[in-house]
Ligand binder design. Structure first.
Ligand SMILES: C[S@@+](CC[C@H](N)C(=O)[O-])C[C@H]1O[C@@H](n2cnc3c(N)ncnc32)[C@H](O)[C@@H]1O
Length: 216
């Protein structure tokens, strides 16, 4: 499939088929505690692209008022999400069903990772709209050094359409920081998370950026 053939309005819906076929998918542990002094978990917190609830199941420990939004209805039917007592909303991060300045914190792990150029910017614009002026947002994206880079057809720069029809986009640090700044954010913290993993006797690199951003 080429860029021209991609249905740019509907491609994130491939996630629905993905959860229907695979069920629970995310197992990694995200060390939220190391950001507890920066994130405001006592207000209304949004997890964008909450998926099967891997991150949400940690967020509920400190966030009393957690809203989980995902475009894939099937994601809310798989564990642990199906058992979490949180507000669940089916919606598109490119045009969120929320009023402006509603959330004190927004967690956005690997949603920009699965958006094509243009949509990533639309999602950032929406996050900037629904985050309160004093709010804080956390982003995680893969870098081009990650082992997943290059899998599938490169339909746009550093953006691959994989065999499972999901998009995977990789960001250089300066690129994502510039995008955040263009959306009005100030960068509080940017961290590189890199580690080596062993698969079938070979060593691969997993590399992501975690960025904390606010408006001041
Ligand atoms: C890699 S998963 C990450 C799941 C979760 N954030 C976590 O850390 O466990 C990406 C999620 O983003 C969702 N997603 C992708 N594009 C979206 C969009 N435009 N609007 C809302 N959700 C979207 C997918 O359905 C999927 O559940």
């Amino acid at each position: 499939m080429t860029e021209q053939e991609l249905d740019k309005a509907r491609y994130p819906m491939e996630w629905n088929a993905s959860y229907e076929a695979k069920g629970t998918q995310w197992r990694g542990y995200f060390d939220l505690a190391s950001y507890s002094d920066i994130l405001f978990m006592d207000g209304l917190v949004l997890e964008l692209g909450s998926g099967d609830g891997n991150t949400a199941s940690q967020l509920v420990k400190t966030a009393d008022n957690l809203v989980c939004l995902d475009i894939a209805p099937s994601s809310f039917k798989v564990l642990p999400m199906s058992e979490l007592e949180v507000h669940k909303t089916i919606g598109d991060a490119r045009l969120m069903p929320f009023r402006a300045e509603k959330f004190s914190s927004i967690i956005c792990r690997h949603v920009l990772t699965h958006a094509i150029p243009g949509d990533s910017e639309a999602i950032l614009k929406e996050i900037a709209r629904v985050l309160s002026p004093e709010g804080v947002a956390l982003f995680e994206v893969f870098t081009p050094k990650d082992m997943r880079w290059g899998k599938g057809v490169e339909i746009m720069p550093d953006t691959f359409l994989r065999g499972d029809k999901l998009i995977c986009r990789f960001y250089l640090e300066e690129e994502i920081i510039d995008m955040l700044k263009d959306s009005g954010f100030y960068i509080v913290k940017s961290e590189l998370h890199a580690r080596e993993v062993l698969y079938d006797g070979s060593i691969y690199v997993r590399e992501s950026l975690v960025i904390i951003a606010s408006f001041s």
